[in-house]
Design a protein around this ligand. Structure first.
Ligand code: GTP
Ligand code: MG
Length: 546
């Protein structure tokens, strides 16, 4: 009746009405020339949050009649989008065209029968279809399908460029993954607004910077809004001499710790969808860590982290200005994971964020450069883009069509090789890396590796990396460069290209003494399988390093 097309879903496949796999296009010429207006990062974020606010998540029985379920939901309002999704295949994420649909469904819901127990009422937008109370299935069950596909995909490509592009297609977040992430933010916001009415929960990090892979964590921050602006407004209304009574804290850090602690208690005691709650409040950047069980997403919630959102916007912009950026970043992150250079727990090793900055810096060094510097992105900015957060200038251009395409025509294989050569001989003791200026500069601290934070230049993003890990990174870069050189001598049934880079190297045991889990030698095939599983598995990091 509403023009909505039903479809019966096959089991065992990711399925949705119109399964749109998010493939962030590189700006086509028409868009660059301004003939087609592209959404800015800020607009995209706002639209996604709006979509999420109009959405519900339903856990259905295993053998649900999907057609019938959708028909009954359609009675509450026009449906804009839906999909039944992995890993459980019994979950339905459904977006109504208007918020009324959500409210109508919620009104039609019953509270479960408490039986002998006592229940706390909860009216979230995560709903259960009655007549089932089965546990969530084993988290790994659906993840197991992909690793082997990835291996096959790498084998199927006839050149390294194809492998790198295939890697992105295989690992990137899909449209449905992204919707689910925004929905989790929106569900969390519902809870938080009960105690802090003007609060907003926003995603940042790899969920929105176009470098996220399926299974990566969901980074969110709790935004209290700009209290100074609210204050100015009340001053303008001179007739109002009334003020709210508010709780005051000694400093922002204490306020942040308090808020995160209260939200942690809310999640723990009131909301059944969030579990494994961990309050890491004494970290440099206090964080609340938890799992959203229905989506199986590991989440990190911080507060007042708007600079990090600007960083995500900047990475997102770099990902879009040239089609080679994402394949390279994905490949380097996977290589580092395979070589145990990165870890799911924090420590003295390089992080994915640092690796991304290394790739970007390298691309700025190419001749001609593949991507511009942040200073250049700032020069292109309009007045409307001007943004200063806590005295930090985070301005970059939002209209990406203003960026001139690069004249660099190097292949992905060349660039990958170039990356390993560049860092295999980089003078880390003397020089630091700065993607704002796109230039190496003299070291300003005594840590082994210095990657200057592009927005807060007094901060070193790689401060946690110790000498041993740096040497390990350099050595493995040299090895990778050699492997790429030698690959032309390999016979057709041997691993080649990206496959050789994703095999664990002989020096991996160096990591064990630095505190990472010890890795025992395993047969080649198993090592591949383990690697692909670990690439796929969800992250259980430790926020101390942030
Ligand atoms: P994943 O490993 O896929 O989760 O990548 P990620 O980019 O999301 O990294 P992570 O979850 O560790 O951090 C989320 C965001 O926090 C990053 O994208 C950065 O914007 C920011 N961030 C992470 N580490 C640092 C750091 O050392 N310094 C600063 N200033 N920001 C950081
Ligand atoms: Mg992350």
């Amino acid at each position: 009746a509403c023009g909505f097309r039903f479809r019966v879903f096959s089991d065992g496949k990711r399925c949705s009405t119109s399964k749109v796999v998010r493939k962030p296009e590189v700006l086509p010429e028409s868009k660059r020339q301004g003939t087609c207006q592209r959404k800015t990062f800020v607009q995209e974020q706002a639209d996604r949050l709006e979509q999420a606010n109009n959405s519900i998540l339903i856990k259905c029985p295993q053998k649900v009649n999907q057609h019938q379920l959708l028909k009954s939901l359609e009675r509450h309002g026009n449906i804009a989008h839906y999909h039944f999704f992995e890993p459980f295949k019994t979950m339905l994420l459904l977006q109504f065209e208007r918020r009324d649909g959500v409210l109508s469904v919620q009104q039609s819901c019953n509270m479960p029968r408490p039986g002998k127990r006592f229940l706390l009422p909860n009216r979230s937008r995560f709903l259960l279809m009655s007549k089932h109370n089965d546990e969530f299935p084993d988290k790994r069950s659906a993840e197991n399908e992909r690793p082997h596909n990835l291996l096959q995909m790498l084998k199927d490509h006839s050149n390294v460029d194809g492998q790198l592009e295939g890697l992105v297609q295989h690992m990137q977040l899909t449209e449905e993954d992204i919707r689910l992430r925004f929905l989790v933010c929106s569900l969390l916001q519902d809870l938080c607004t009960a105690i802090l009415p003007s609060v907003q929960i926003q995603p940042f990090g790899s969920s929105v910077n176009l470098f996220g892979r399926v299974g990566c964590d969901l980074d969110m921050f709790l935004d209290l809004g700009n209290l100074n602006i609210e204050r100015k407004r009340t001053r303008v209304q001179r007739d109002s001499s009334l003020e709210f009574q508010v709780k005051m804290f000694r400093c922002e850090r204490v306020a942040t710790q308090t808020i995160l602690s209260v939200v942690g208690n809310l999640l723990q005691h009131i909301s059944p969808s969030f579990d494994s709650i961990q309050k890491v409040l004494n970290a440099r950047c206090p964080v609340l860590r938890f799992c959203h069980s229905p989506s199986n997403l590991n989440c990190d919630l911080t507060a007042s982290n708007r600079i990090a959102l600007c960083m995500s916007e900047t990475l997102n912009a770099f990902a879009q200005v040239d089609a080679r950026v994402r394949p390279l970043v994905f490949a380097i992150r996977c290589w580092a994971r395979a070589q145990n250079l990165t870890s799911t727990v924090s420590g003295a090793w390089i992080t994915n964020f640092s690796l991304t900055l290394l790739v970007l810096f390298f691309l700025q060094q190419c001749s001609p450069s593949v991507i511009p510097t942040i200073s250049h992105l700032r020069k292109l900015a309009d007045r409307i883009d001007h943004r200063v957060i806590d005295s930090v200038n985070c301005t970059i251009v939002s209209d990406l069509s203003k960026i001139t395409p690069s004249n660099n025509k190097q292949s992905l294989e060349d660039l990958l090789h170039g990356f390993f050569d560049f860092y295999g001989s980089f003078p880390f003791q003397k020089k630091s890396i700065n993607i704002r200026t796109g230039q190496v500069q003299r070291r300003s601290d005594d840590s082994p590796m210095e990657i200057i934070n592009p927005f807060e230049e007094n901060l070193n993003v790689s401060k946690n990396v110790n000498k041993r890990q740096l040497l390990h990174f350099v050595e493995l870069s040299q090895n990778a460069s050699l492997k790429l050189e030698k690959q032309h001598q390999l016979s057709s049934n041997q691993s080649w290209g990206l496959m050789t880079l994703l095999q664990h190297g002989p020096t991996q045991q160096a990591r064990a003494t630095d505190g990472a889990a010890s890795i025992h030698p395993t047969p080649k095939v198993e090592r591949f399988t383990d690697l692909f599983h670990s690439l796929w598995s969800t992250k259980q990091g430790n926020p101390e390093a942030k």
